[in-house]
Design a protein around this ligand. Sequence first.
Ligand SMILES: Cc1cc2nc3c(=O)[nH]c(=O)nc-3n(C[C@H](O)[C@H](O)[C@H](O)COP(=O)(O)OP(=O)(O)OC[C@H]3O[C@@H](n4cnc5c(N)ncnc54)[C@H](O)[C@@H]3O)c2cc1C
Length: 298
Amino acid sequence: MIKIVTKKEEFEFQDQIKKNYPLSKNSWFGVGGNASTFFSPQNKNDLKTFLKNFKFKKIITIGSGSNILFKDTDFKGLVIKLGKEFSKIEDSNSSVVAGAAALKNKVSDFAKKKGIGEFEFLSAIPGNIGGGIIMNSGCFGSEISDIVEQITIMDYSGNEKILKRNKINFQYRESGLPENYIVLEVLFRKTKRMPNTTIEKKIQKIKNEKKISQPTGIRTGGSTFKNPPNNKKAWELIKQCGCDKISFGRAKFSQHHCNFIDNTDLASSKDIQKLIKETQKIVQKKSGVKLELEIKIA
Ligand SMILES: Cc1cc2nc3c(=O)[nH]c(=O)nc-3n(C[C@H](O)[C@H](O)[C@H](O)COP(=O)(O)OP(=O)(O)OC[C@H]3O[C@@H](n4cnc5c(N)ncnc54)[C@H](O)[C@@H]3O)c2cc1C
């Protein structure tokens, strides 16, 4: 048990801190070394107290790990994964407020039940709301930044701040937020009211289109590369350059959608990274386009 005694209170962190915690358990790819310290705060107060009392050279906050490729080597630092109290979803003045650990499909479902539209696309994207903000996740023409009103963050020194949407420099699959910000909560803007039957129809349409265009039930991080601006889609370039057929060890692309790496056979992270680098090299040489990574390597 780790105990912190402050002037006012005594904090006990029992199950919230784990040493040498396997990150493969927190990654859709299913690979990764251990985190030397893994902290899952149950609430804001625990997080603040912990950050104000301990210092680490390296820190990362993770959500569901549906967009992260962890290295095979250990993460020598602190990995934060927000716990239970950060997954609340509530109605706020006819709008939605969600904790960063709330799953996107649960937020979409909540909005549907309340007859609040424009959240349908979230039903088809894996992971948490916090990860969605950092990645500015989206599909079928919508991005999370389209529906954000404001976010609450805490920096790695334990200071909390509210940021209005117009102060956040969202771009395609980027939030522009500093790396030492932990997203805690998102207040969504007031969107269109709709009958829940209409919302449900839209959700089913999106889910069906996703099922047709992307693989399901595989170990992956989703789109490996961003779609280049004013150009072909990343998957088209990968296919056109013959990279959909290359492999390193057990690392290969999905034949259903060749911008997705299929790691069902559990390749090493090193082999996945070799596949990524080789693909970037070949595509640049053959097409002149530099493919930028969408997934994060940590
Ligand atoms: C099968 C599949 C389909 C996908 N389809 C789509 C799609 O259609 N559209 C799309 O945009 N993406 C898609 N993705 C990618 C991924 O699901 C999204 O990027 C998602 O929003 C990531 O959420 P997460 O909770 O898993 O984040 P993680 O993968 O855990 O983290 C992603 C990034 O966010 C940071 N982060 C996470 N939580 C926090 C927090 N609270 N505070 C600060 N930083 C944080 C991490 O450090 C990391 O840099 C897909 C992935 C898979 C596996």
